[in-house]
Write a protein that binds this ligand. Structure first.
Ligand SMILES: NC(=O)C1=CN([C@@H]2O[C@H](COP(=O)(O)OP(=O)(O)OC[C@H]3O[C@@H](n4cnc5c(N)ncnc54)[C@H](O)[C@@H]3O)[C@@H](O)[C@H]2O)C=CC1
Ligand SMILES: O=C(O)C(=O)COP(=O)(O)O
Length: 530
């Protein structure tokens, strides 16, 4: 039974799939302090959070069983990604579910700041009928600067067009074509800062974006501009903003997010007549909360059940088309890695992976992660190594990883071969996917074979002499170990050969010793593939 802890307010409807799963038990414990979370996290396989819970390195360390942290939302700045990667904890988010909701909140804030709605509301309900103090400005015809043209920024731009705004956007990943498609001007931060009547930021908070709008930018801004932050506190320097408002440069600001949340009672935004605030409500709609909770629950279930998943934040994303091509190879890759590791004696210093055939044309990095997982898991335990931390663990252990690709593949449409080097030897296992048969191991060292990589195998190396097969069969029979399949591979008649047996249960050590003691036998080794 997998145990899942939900430590922030997450939609009940959204996590229904998790709650109803018969292999999952869900506990809800909101508002835990870091120490309280540390005290309980040890028994959980998954943790579901929003932006409140701080998932620090200490929390990860205490999470001895923790396999996944699911963020029901976009920003993962409350999660120590480095610590997660080092421990092989997968961090996933739900990047699409709250885009429209946050975009709409940005608009609500932009209109509210243009028309002084919160200030006018307060005065009106206070009994003062004041129509003079709240003359606003139109959005129509104004330059809207958008910093960060990702999911939310792009949606803001689309809606701003309907308001007749002139949109200038900046994003390091935005092309001219994309800008043209959206009908916006591809600009620079400096141009936007100098020309915007309204400005809104939609980037993550990174060392690069921290205070990307500060005193230097406010100094050159158009007098009377208005600024909105529904992304992350800290992208706009809060103190520099207050100064710019007080100097008459900025006419108004609308903030949903703060450098420290919740802000201190004496935070300068909280009583400022020209700054309107909301308590990080960007994603807070019924629809968005349901969407993100559904998305994150599905992926958490996949991860717990060792099924393919998407939206991992601490590993490179795999585009859907690439995933479709590679997914069938993941299990094969991991098994080839594991097979090769079990063949090899001593510490592995190099993993050489070769992709031949059609696979040479695609980005095989995700598959390499599975192969490396297979190799390392043999020594470190499958629980400790996964596709998130496999490359990191290899690097930590100074294991050199070499990947070769060639479009030529003589006998198969695709061939994946894994060879491992240690101080004393180099061993190779190659496999392919055969239509109708699934994953097959087709080469072990220099010997061609055809073996399904699953269950208990025994690999025997011997000299190709008459009678050997019979003797081995008898020994296995005497020990009550049933041989399901047997494959013999050799290069030359009478030369060295290998035999791969698939057996119905693990072969006892004594049996393997007996086999090895036969004349013309070199070695008998058990290989277990899950
Ligand atoms: N207030 C709230 O409740 C919510 C806030 N957010 C926040 O909104 C922000 C944007 O979210 P999405 O659009 O979903 O993310 P996204 O990843 O789709 O877009 C972010 C964009 O920022 C761009 N970017 C990165 N560095 C930049 C720089 N130095 N200058 C300009 N652009 C830069 C990236 O290239 C990317 O296109 C995130 O910080 C997210 O955490 C998201 C949802 C709710
Ligand atoms: O998704 C995001 O990045 C958000 O900021 C939303 O945060 P929340 O889930 O409302 O705490």
């Amino acid at each position: 039974m997998f145990k899942v802890l939900v430590s922030d307010p997450i939609s009940d409807l959204g996590i229904q799939k998790l709650v109803e799963a018969t292999d999952v038990a869900v506990d809800k414990k909101p508002d835990l302090s870091e120490d309280e979370l540390i005290a309980v996290i040890g028994e959980y396989d998954a943790l579901l959070v929003r932006s409140q819970t701080r998932v620090t390195a200490r929390v990860m360390e205490a999470g001895k069983q923790l396999k996944v942290v699911g963020r029901a939302g976009v920003g993962v700045d409350n999660i120590d990604l480095e610590a997660a990667t080092q421990r092989g904890i997968i961090v996933i988010n739900a990047p699409d579910g709250n885009t429209i909701t946050t975009c709409e909140h940005t608009f609500a804030m932009m209109m509210a700041v243009a028309r002084h709605i919160p200030q006018a509301y307060l005065k009106t309900v206070g009994g003062v009928w004041d129509r003079k103090s709240f003359v606003g400005v139109e959005l129509r015809g104004k330059v809207l600067g958008v910093l960060g043209m990702g999911r939310i920024g792009s949606e803001v731009a689309k809606r701003a067009k309907a308001f007749g705004m002139d949109i200038w956007g900046y994003d390091p990943f935005m092309t001219e074509e994309r800008a043209e498609q959206l009908g916006i001007r591809l600009s620079t931060v400096d141009d936007i800062v100098r020309n915007a009547d309204f400005m809104t930021v939609h980037t993550p908070l990174t060392p690069e974006t921290r205070h990307m709008i500060g005193s230097a930018q406010f100094e050159v801004m158009k007098k009377g501009m208005r600024i909105v932050n529904c992304a992350r506190g800290g992208i706009i320097d809060e103190l520099a903003l207050v100064e710019a408002i007080d100097q008459g440069i900025v006419a108004g600001a609308a903030f949903d997010v703060f450098e420290v949340e919740p802000p201190a009672a004496d935070h300068p935004f909280l009583n400022h007549p020209k700054i309107i605030v909301t308590p990080h409500l960007g994603a807070s709609t019924v629809e968005a909360q349901e969407n993100v909770a559904i998305d994150v629950s599905e992926q958490v279930l996949n991860i717990l059940r060792d099924a393919p998943f998407t939206n991992a934040v601490n590993m490179p994303p795999i585009p859907a088309t690439l995933l479709k091509t590679l997914q069938p190879y993941f299990a094969l890759g991991e098994k080839l890695g594991s097979f090769a590791a079990q063949l090899t004696e001593g510490a592995v210093s190099e993993i050489k992976v070769s992709y031949s055939g059609e696979l040479a044309d695609v980005d095989t990095q995700p598959l390499t992660r599975y192969i490396v997982r297979g190799v390392l898991a043999h020594h470190l335990g499958r629980e400790q190594v996964n596709v998130v931390n496999s490359m990191h663990l290899a690097k930590e252990r100074s294991v050199n990883i070499i990947v070769n690709k060639t479009k030529e593949s003589r006998d198969f449409t695709n061939l994946v071969s894994v060879s491992l080097r240690t101080k004393t030897e180099e061993r190779l296992v190659a496999g392919t996917l055969l239509t109708g048969y699934g994953p097959r191991v087709v080469q072990i060292d220099k010997f061609p074979v055809d073996v399904a990589p699953e269950g208990n195998l025994v690999l025997v190396s011997h000299n190709d002499k008459p009678g050997i097969i019979g003797k081995i069969g008898t020994l296995f029979g005497n020990n009550d170990v049933n041989i399901a399949t047997m494959q013999v591979g050799r290069q030359l008649a009478g030369g060295s050969a290998i035999m791969v047996l698939t057996v119905d249960k693990a072969a006892p050590k004594e049996l393997l010793a007996e086999v090895t003691a036969l004349p013309d036998l070199n070695k008998a080794k058990e290989i277990i593939l899950y």
